[in-house]
Design a protein around this ligand. Structure first.
Ligand SMILES: [Zn+2]
Length: 289
């Protein structure tokens, strides 16, 4: 019988990046070399979960488990003989899709800056059903959000700032007497950081900018309370926040932020920077096919 998630305890995939013994692929070629099949993915997942070797969640035995040749995702304890699934307590739990599909999804999602739609994912990986592609991406995205996440913009260096912008996401806009019914208003805040080149490298100031962490939320309206409540929940006070000239942001200075406005909006303003369409262009490419 598989162990319950409570028995496995806390487990953070974020720590993979800090582990010297786990390579994080930096190219498609390297990804293919590292994860050619399910067995390779299972070995990686096992190492990520148990840095110092498998510990049975049932009896705490820390010994090399038995492995089934045709089921690489299952480990059997040498002492109590109970089975543990490698995917338990992860977004992949009880999945019918192979580990390689999940690994492809995780890699593409985290490495493609403009985002990845379910249709693109379905095509790239060759999945027969759109629903499978959608579910996998949905679960991976949900798993990427840390519940205890901190507010962004806390330790900005000189020249770094946070951009905030709103956008409508959804199908064609049909205006009715009451409201815009089939679009959703989404707000996003993104850290814009400056890469410091070495002294002998010449890089145009604009090309030194890159995106840090991102926070997003669905808004019900654009009034001052909604916009500022989002900024206060997402961004550390005292950070330099750049927004459009929407009147809802005017109280940000009173709320303890250094506030700057892009006159004329993101698209036309002379001040436009990394996110010409605003930080919220990102989810559009993820959602639209
Ligand atoms: Zn055991």
């Amino acid at each position: 019988m598989p162990a319950s998630s409570a028995e496995l305890g806390d487990w953070e995939i974020a720590s993979v990046q800090e582990r010297g013994d786990l390579t994080f692929p930096t190219s498609l070629a390297q990804f293919q070399r590292l994860f050619p099949d399910d067995a390779a993915c299972a070995t990686y997942l096992e190492k990520a979960r148990w840095e110092h070797g498998f510990i049975c969640p049932h009896c705490r035995e820390n010994r090399e488990p038995f492995r089934l040749k045709n089921r690489p995702g299952v480990l059997t304890c040498r002492k109590c003989r109970k089975q543990t699934s490698l995917t338990i307590d992860t977004v992949m739990e009880r999945t019918h899709s192979p580990l390689t599909t999940w690994f492809w999804g995780a890699y593409l999602l985290s490495s493609l800056t403009p985002g990845l739609s379910a249709v693109q994912f379905q095509r790239q990986v060759g999945l027969s059903r759109y629903e499978t592609a959608f579910q996998i991406l949905h679960k991976l995205r949900a798993g990427m959000v840390r519940p205890d996440r901190a507010r962004i913009g806390g330790n900005l260096n000189r020249g770094d700032h946070v951009e905030v912008d709103e956008t409508w996401i959804g199908g064609a806009l049909r205006r009715t007497a009451r409201s815009d019914t089939d679009k959703t208003l989404v707000i996003g805040a993104v850290e814009v950081l400056q890469w410091k080149p070495k002294r002998d490298v010449t890089v145009a100031p604009r090309n030194r900018l890159y995106a840090g962490r991102l926070r997003m939320e669905v808004l019900h309206d654009r009034d001052s309370t909604s916009l500022c409540r989002f900024v206060e929940a997402a961004v550390e006070p005292q950070a330099l926040v750049i927004t459009s000239d929407c009147p809802g942001y005017t109280t940000l200075t009173q709320r303890g932020y250094q506030h700057r406005v892009v006159a004329g909006g993101w698209r036309t303003g002379s001040d436009r920077r990394l996110f010409v369409d605003g930080p919220t262009s990102f989810p559009k490419s993820e959602i639209l096919a």
